[in-house]
Ligand binder design. Structure first.
Ligand SMILES: [Ca+2]
Ligand SMILES: [Ca+2]
Length: 479
């Protein structure tokens, strides 16, 4: 029974013409546990005998092939057949077979990423599945990506694999390659072509490119097709050793840049620009003339600053997302864009919640920074200029502090630019305690009267209504 692969059973029975096909009366045994079940029976030599091996009485039985050498078919029944002549020990046969079980085979191979380095994928699960889709063997790849399955019953199978490794290796340059494939400019083949079709519609078009760019920026977190693609090679196992490797790729990683060890490469450097940008809009420019096909950027946003929008001034497809104080920006254009040195390519809309300026050097690069041409080839060491961003120059205070309970509160303002402000007083629980006020304030010194308040600690929230959403929080103590 060593190569039996059907439902589980408890006993093996012998059912034949010599015991009236009795079901469970003749139990076969396997005393030496070698998978070969045995039983001695007395039969008459007067006529041929017919029999079958069955499981748990008639719960399971052999399905023998009509016309095979050891069988006889009568009507719908195909049984084993023999004309006995003397005491004899029949040779061991395989379940449902006239011959002994074939020797077992083995399958070994490597699980590797489809990059130039053929990076080994360890700790990946490899499954051997039969024609019915049932898993007949499982292995885990070792440190060099190798896997091994022994004692495999010869037959036709499919190898499959999965990994729990993170998705990675994708930037806007991969989106560019997908759209360039769609236009016919640069054709992808093999697994790199598979990696393009992230919406699984069996075609590569600009929709795939947009999704790839969005997942890079973080504005989407999954693809409908999943994160990883593994080849599923069909294999025919014989009694010998079979070698079959499995290649994998992350969906979206069209240039197969993924490496589980090192991710991203710094093709961009940040240059702090001494110029000052006002009121939230932070212009980004490159330091040289170049042809731009894609830009992929992860920036650590300085404290006291929030990015509320990103605009492209050079066309193309833009996706951005902020999370955990990091901004990811992915941009690509199927048509190369000629960008001049110092030309503003992107504008970050920001909201300042601190009272001092944000110099360009407070921005730092995250794990991804690359600019490529239309062929997705990296421009190396391109400078990205980031100017200083001026906080609203508003000296706002209440004099003298603390104010007495019920007294009118005089707030002194000194703005660098005229602005329309919304002023709101909140208690320590964040509840509004005075009605919202909108005031137009000229540049320079001015005063604002707030209504009297009861004893306590408050904050005065001043918000700019010029679209920049800049704001200041001023502490206020009333005794
Ligand atoms: Ca890539
Ligand atoms: Ca597609």
């Amino acid at each position: 029974m060593s190569q039996y692969s059907g439902p589980a059973y408890t006993t093996v029975n012998l059912n034949g013409s010599f015991n009236n096909w009795c079901g469970g009366c003749a139990v076969m045994t396997d005393p030496d546990n070698d998978g070969i079940f045995e039983l001695m029976v007395n039969v008459s030599t007067a006529a041929p005998i017919e029999w079958k091996y069955t499981l748990d009485g008639w719960n399971g039985q052999e399905n023998l092939t009509p016309g095979s050498a050891c069988t006889q078919t009568t009507g719908q029944f195909t049984n084993r057949w023999l004309q006995p002549s003397a005491n004899t020990v029949l040779p061991a046969v395989c379940w449902e077979s006239c011959t002994a079980c074939p020797s077992l085979g083995s399958v070994t191979g490597l699980v590797r990423y489809s990059n130039n380095a053929q990076t080994a994928l360890n700790n990946s699960t490899v499954l051997l599945k039969n024609a019915l889709g049932a898993t007949v063997a499982t292995a885990t790849s070792g440190s060099n990506g190798s896997f091994s399955m022994n004692n495999v019953v010869p037959g036709s199978y499919t190898l499959e694999a999965t990994t729990t490794k993170p998705w990675g290796g994708v930037t806007a340059s991969d989106a560019l390659l997908a759209v360039r494939h769609a236009t016919g400019a640069v054709l992808q083949t093999g697994l790199r072509l598979v990696a393009c079709d992230v919406n699984g519609n069996a075609a590569v078009n600009s929709g795939d490119a947009l999704l790839i760019n969005r997942r890079f920026s973080g504005s989407i977190a999954t693809f409908s097709v999943g994160s990883w693609y593994f080849e599923q090679p069909a294999v025919t196992v014989t009694s010998g050793a079979l070698t079959q490797n499995i290649s994998a790729i992350c969906y979206g990683d069209v240039n197969a840049s993924y490496s589980p060890v090192a991710r991203g490469d710094a093709g961009l450097v940040l240059l702090a620009d001494p110029a000052m940008a006002h009121h939230g809009a932070l212009p980004l420019a490159l330091d040289r003339d170049l042809g731009l096909g894609s830009l992929s950027l992860e920036l650590n946003v300085p404290a006291g600053l929030r990015v509320t929008g990103v605009r492209s001034l050079v066309g193309g497809e833009l996706s951005w997302h902020t999370a955990n104080g990091r901004l990811r920006l992915g941009w690509f254009s199927a048509e190369e864009v000629a960008v001049q040195a110092g030309q503003v390519a992107f504008v970050l809309e920001t909201e300042i919640t601190r009272n001092n300026d944000v110099p360009g050097h407070e921005w730092t690069l995250g794990s991804v920074a690359e600019a490529t041409d239309a062929w997705a080839v990296n421009h190396s060491q391109v400078g990205l200029r980031i100017p200083s961003l001026s906080a609203p120059k508003a000296v706002a205070y209440v004099a003298p502090q603390p104010v007495k309970q019920g007294e009118n509160i005089r707030m002194v303002l000194n703005l660098d630019l005229a602005a329309t402000l919304q002023v709101e007083v909140r208690d320590m629980l964040g509840r509004t305690v005075s009605s919202l006020r909108q005031v137009s304030v000229n540049a320079g010194a001015s005063e604002l009267n707030l209504e009297g308040l009861s004893t306590g600690r408050y904050s005065v929230l001043v918000q700019w209504l010029d679209g920049s959403n800049q704001r200041m929080n001023l502490p206020l103590l009333v005794r």
